[in-house]
Design a protein around this ligand. Structure first.
Ligand code: PMP
Ligand code: GLU
Length: 397
């Protein structure tokens, strides 16, 4: 067999997807598994959105659409950006893709050259560094600390920028830490990016899932950042539409056009039916979004209190998204049945084997002392998870 792509060989497979698949497989085998893996709301997609998709099928909207998305949806996205984020885009500056993941990849493919550096604060969403590698650019990781709520400081950003820096990927609210940057913090980062002429890919997929009165602020709304910010969002999280695969970006015309070119030669348009569903989501009522966020907030309180009451575990309280990212390193070195837990991977494996609780180890997120627990699952599941976690950890000596 001839050698395959070395670039692909160097990239890691997605751990979030791998562990979600493992949890599904164990469940299919009849195991009583609690899965805290995927960042996937457990609510059904709201009824009016599902009806819009059924209507789209009935109306025969089942053919290719324009590559960048149906005009009504691009217009609705531009209106959403204006309404919610104070971002002004023409519909022609919007590109609709197969999920926000695809929007980010299209952007990276559109802006990066070989050897360009892309700054990523850690802990990061698993896919960012791997996507950067896949476009021949180099991820430059900034390690943030629990003490600083897992947020990068302006000094850290300044130090990381070199002549080769092309972009920063900024995710707020963050997957996996739940940290949210304040308006003032974002303004300070923006001053540095503007001075150095560095793009920012603002991943705002969790903007609606935010707590404690925090307000999401879009970096692209700062006038100086208008041409430097590529704002990415989607319907997966806010409207519980993960399987529909619709994400979108808004950016300067040149960037959107380049990303559109990448999409035109690789995947073409996102699903026509899903585009009509996304149109209903963005133009319809928002009460279910608000209700879901209220429920996530309740679950956050529960799981945060349960996990932090376990001896040795520390955790930054999330301000947004639906993940808890506890530091479990106090358990490293402890043993069960003679085998030592040496890492977050061992810790996660122990939880699967002994308690059938599936989490995602922090390794893939650039945080070797933590595990990620998604609380986008039901309260009963969370109660079971907390009980099993307490029971399991008592077995470690
Ligand atoms: N960004 C972040 C931070 C995420 O957690 C996810 C996971 N769904 C995505 C982007 C991609 O979302 P989707 O492709 O479902 O729109
Ligand atoms: N983004 C979600 C997560 O982090 C879904 C899985 C994925 O696309 O990585 O779990």
């Amino acid at each position: 067999m001839k050698p395959l792509s070395s670039k692909v060989a160097k990239a890691e497979a997605s751990q979030t997807l791998a562990l979600t698949a493992l949890a599904k497989q164990l469940r299919a085998e009849g195991k009583d598994v609690v899965s805290l893996t995927a960042g996937e709301p457990d609510f059904p997609t709201p009824a009016h959105i599902k009806h819009a998709a059924v209507n789209a099928i009935e109306a025969n909207h089942t053919k290719y659409t324009v590559n960048a998305g149906i005009p009504e949806l691009r217009k609705a996205v531009a209106a959403k950006f204006q309404r919610d984020n104070n971002l002004t885009f023409e519909p022609s500056q919007i590109l609709v893709s197969n999920g926000a993941k695809h929007s980010i990849f299209n952007t990276l493919a559109a802006i990066c050259n070989k050897g360009d550096e892309v700054i990523i604060p850690a802990p990061y969403w698993v896919s960012y560094p791997e996507m950067v590698k896949l476009v021949d650019a180099t991820p430059v990781i900034i390690n943030t600390t629990e003490k600083n709520d897992f947020k990068m400081t302006p000094a850290q950003l300044r130090r990381a920028i070199t002549k080769k820096t092309k972009a920063l990927i900024l995710c707020s609210p963050s997957n996996p830490t739940g940290s949210v940057y304040s308006r003032e913090e974002i303004e300070e980062l923006a001053r540095i990016l503007h001075k150095a002429d560095v793009y920012v890919i603002a991943d705002e997929i969790y903007e609606k899932v935010i707590y404690d009165g925090m307000e999401h602020f879009s970096i692209g709304s700062i006038p100086e950042m208008k041409d430097l910010a590529i704002t990415v969002n989607g319907v997966s999280k806010a409207y519980s539409m993960t399987g529909w695969r619709i994400g979108y970006l808004g950016a300067a015309t040149e960037i959107t056009s380049a990303a559109e070119k990448v999409q035109s030669q690789t995947t073409s348009n996102a699903s026509s039916i899903s585009q009509y569903a996304a149109l209903a989501a963005l133009t319809g009522p928002n009460d279910e979004v608000t209700a879901m966020t209220k429920e996530f907030c309740k679950r956050r309180e529960y799981i945060y209190n349960a996990v932090t009451s376990i001896e040795g575990i520390t955790c930054v309280k999330p301000k947004g998204a639906f993940y808890l990212f506890p530091n479990v390193s106090a358990y490293f070195g402890k043993k069960f049945d003679g085998a030592a837990i040496k890492s977050a991977d061992d810790f996660a494996k122990f939880l699967i084997k002994e308690e059938q609780v599936v989490t995602v180890p922090g390794t893939g997120f650039g945080a070797k002392n933590c595990i990620r627990m998604s609380y986008a699952c039901s309260m009963q599941e969370l109660e079971k998870a907390a009980e099993r976690l307490c029971r399991g950890l008592k077995k470690l000596k």
